[in-house]
Design a protein around this ligand. Structure first.
Ligand SMILES: Nc1ncnc2c1ncn2[C@@H]1O[C@H](COP(=O)(O)OP(=O)(O)O)[C@@H](O)[C@H]1O
Ligand SMILES: [Mg+2]
Length: 263
C-alpha cells in the first residue's frame, strides 16, 4: 500500500515542485518505488524539472478518461516514475479533476510512495490533490505571508479530515526577521520535517538550458543533502522528527484574524 503524500503550500512559488521532484529522487535513492504526479493541472512544470519533455499522454488525458494512468507514466532519474500534467489550456478547462482520487487509488498497490505536486491556492484542484492523499506535507517559506497562506491550507485539510503530517521550511537563510522553525511548528501545530536552505545552486538548477533537480545537478551539495534528510525522516525514522510544541500564543493573532473573518 502506498503512502500518498500531497505537497501543499497555499502560496505559489515557495518550492512545492522543487520538493516533490527532489524528495521523489531522494526516496528512490533509498530503494523505494516512487511515483510523482503533477497535479498542478493549470500551471504544470514538474515534468520540466524531472526532464520528461513533451510527453504525448498526460494526466489531462487520464482525467478526461481517454487514457490510462499507465499510458501517462514516464521514467525519470534514479528509477523515479512520473505522471506529468499537460500544457493544453482547453484540456485543462475540460478535465474532471475529482477523478484524481480514483486514479490515485488505482495505483496504490504499485508504489511505496506517491507524491502529489499540488497547485497553489485552496480551490477545487487543491482539494482534489488533498483528497487523493493519505497525508499532507506542508511547505512554507519562513515569511509571514507564506506562513499565513499555509495556515489557511492546513485549515482546509482539517476540514476535509485529511492528516497533516508536518511542515518543511524552504528558502531558509537565517537573516534577521525570518520566522523560526520552532515558531512555525507552534503556529501550525505540526512537526517539522526539516529546513532547506535558500541555495544558489537550487536557483541555478532552474536556470540551466535543461533544468535539473538539485539532486542530479549537484548531488553532493548541502542543499541536496537537506532533501535526503527529509526523505530519511519520511522513510521510517519518524522518531527523529522534531515534535511540535503545541503551546499556542505566538501566532494566536493569525488564528484570531482567521476566525474573526470566519474563513
Ligand atoms: N531552497 C531554494 N533556494 C533557492 N531557490 C529555490 C529554493 N526552492 C525553490 N527555489 C526556486 O523558487 C522558484 C519556485 O520554486 P517552485 O518549486 O517552482 O515553487 P512552487 O512549485 O511552489 O510554485 C524556482 O525558481 C526555484 O528554483
Ligand atoms: Mg509548482
Amino acid at each position: 500500500m502506498s503512502e500518498v503524500i500531497a505537497i501543499v503550500s497555499g502560496k505559489g512559488g515557495v518550492g512545492k515542485t522543487t520538493l516533490t521532484a527532489n524528495l521523489g529522487i531522494a526516496l528512490s535513492e533509498l530503494g523505494h518505488l516512487v511515483l510523482v504526479i503533477d497535479a498542478d493541472i493549470a500551471m504544470s512544470n514538474l515534468s520540466l524539472l524531472i526532464g520528461v519533455d513533451n510527453p504525448p499522454i498526460t494526466l489531462h488525458d487520464v482525467l478526461l478518461g481517454s487514457s490510462s494512468a499507465a499510458d501517462a507514466t514516464y521514467e525519470g532519474p534514479k528509477n523515479l516514475k512520473i505522471i506529468p500534467s499537460g500544457l493544453s489550456i482547453s484540456n485543462y478547462q475540460r478535465v474532471d479533476v475529482e477523478r484524481l482520487v480514483s486514479i490515485v487509488k488505482s495505483l496504490k498497490n504499485e508504489y511505496d510512495y506517491i507524491l502529489i505536486d499540488a497547485p497553489a491556492g485552496i480551490d477545487k484542484n487543491v482539494i482534489a490533490a488533498m483528497s487523493a492523499s493519505s497525508q499532507i506535507l506542508l511547505i512554507t517559506e519562513p515569511t509571514a505571508p507564506s506562513v499565513a497562506d499555509v495556515f489557511k491550507a492546513k485549515i482546509v485539510a482539517e476540514r476535509l479530515n485529511q492528516k497533516v503530517m508536518g511542515v518543511v521550511i524552504n528558502k531558509f537563510s537565517g537573516i534577521k526577521g525570518e520566522i523560526t522553525e520552532k515558531e512555525i511548528m507552534k503556529m501550525l501545530e505540526v512537526p517539522s520535517y526539516g529546513k532547506i536552505p535558500y541555495a544558489e545552486d537550487i536557483r541555478e538548477s532552474f536556470l540551466l538550458k535543461k533544468i535539473k533537480p538539485i539532486l542530479i545537478h549537484n548531488s553532493a551539495s548541502p542543499s541536496s543533502n537537506s532533501f535526503r534528510d527529509i526523505a530519511r525522516k519520511i522513510s521510517g525514522k519518524k522518531d527523529e522528527v522534531v515534535k511540535s510544541n503545541t503551546k499556542k500564543g505566538l501566532f494566536s493573532f493569525l488564528r484570531k484574524m482567521f476566525s474573526k473573518n470566519k474563513i
